[in-house]
Design a protein around this ligand. Structure first.
Ligand code: COA
Length: 260
């Protein structure tokens, strides 16, 4: 476990808990947080013990209240372009072969919302608030919000959020399919960690392949997506995990997957 930094990483069982830890600034993403977050995800990705990741924000007020607005002052267009070219937090979680779950515990705005959107799915507390408020600042979402949000909630709901800059509550986010579950604040972390541990018991080969194939559904034509699914199915079929999974079922016992 890393303590006291702007991002903490704690391994609990087979799950890495990554906490953005800047509560006095509502966990806004500045350069330091971005760098530390990328390191935490890289470390969790490289750690063979870790099979799933939960991302959350410290404190009870915010998941992440967006990019650090103070950094926009005095930044040149070229500097901003470099930040956006990445490596970005959004790509890091989306491309991670392990499942990444967002545990949304409060304000989830701008880049924070985009981080949650890049995660594989989202569990929210009843106190969570979601929004893409960039139009209030004379900009637009720049962390994938205009692209991932309509793919998740549909065009009209995405445009309503992006054009108004207005916030919605957790119940509305659930209704839109922006989050998959809403729980009481005190239950949020336990629920997200329990879902992560459930995934951690599955075959890591199959989880990685399932994530890649399912995500490809949003960008590939159906025929290409089906071909990718078949190719990834074959990868799984050749794995030791497949042999173990099938044997364990036939022997009526739990499977012990090794990710090979
Ligand atoms: N960037 C930089 N600082 C931020 C921030 C952000 N995105 N969000 C919050 N903060 C800072 C505030 O400036 C304040 O700092 P201070 O104590 O030094 O004055 C501190 O966090 C607490 O914020 P405050 O507004 O007092 O808390 P609140 O609970 O009343 O409101 C929010 C929380 C998130 C609704 C409000 O801070 C807000 O609207 N933030 C901006 C959200 C946004 O536009 N994000 C998109 C950026 S592209």
């Amino acid at each position: 476990m890393t303590d006291g930094g702007v991002v903490t990483l704690e391994v609990r069982g087979r799950t890495a808990l990554v906490t953005i830890n800047r509560p006095e600034k509502r966990n806004a993403l500045d350069a330091q947080v971005r760098g530390a977050f990328l390191e935490a995800i890289a470390s969790a990705r490289a750690n063979d013990v870790v099979r799933a990741i939960v991302v959350t924000g410290a404190g009870d007020k915010a998941f992440v209240a967006g990019a650090d607005i103070g950094e926009f002052e005095g930044r040149t267009t070229v500097e901003q372009w470099r930040v956006m070219k990445g490596p970005t937090l959004f790509d890091a979680v989306e491309r991670c072969p392990k499942a990444v779950i967002a545990a949304v515990n409060g304000y989830c705005l701008g880049g924070g919302m985009e981080l949650a959107l890049a995660c594989d799915f989202r569990v929210a507390s009843t106190t969570a608030r979601f929004g893409q408020p960039e139009v209030n600042l004379g900009i637009i979402p720049g962390g994938g919000g205009t692209q991932r949000l309509p793919r998740i909630v549909g065009l009209g709901a995405a445009l309503k959020l992006v054009l108004t800059g207005d916030m919605i509550d957790a119940a509305e986010a659930l209704r839109l399919g922006l989050v998959e579950e809403v729980v009481e604040p005190g239950a949020l972390l336990d629920r997200a960690l329990a879902l992560a541990e459930m995934i951690a018991t599955r075959s890591p080969v199959a989880v990685a392949a399932a994530k890649e194939a399912t995500r490809a559904a949003l960008s590939l034509p159906l025929d290409d997506g089906l071909k990718l699914e078949t190719a990834l199915f074959q990868v799984c079929f050749a794995s030791a995990d497949r042999a173990e999974g099938v044997r364990a079922f036939l022997e009526k016992r739990s499977a012990h997957f090794t990710g090979t």
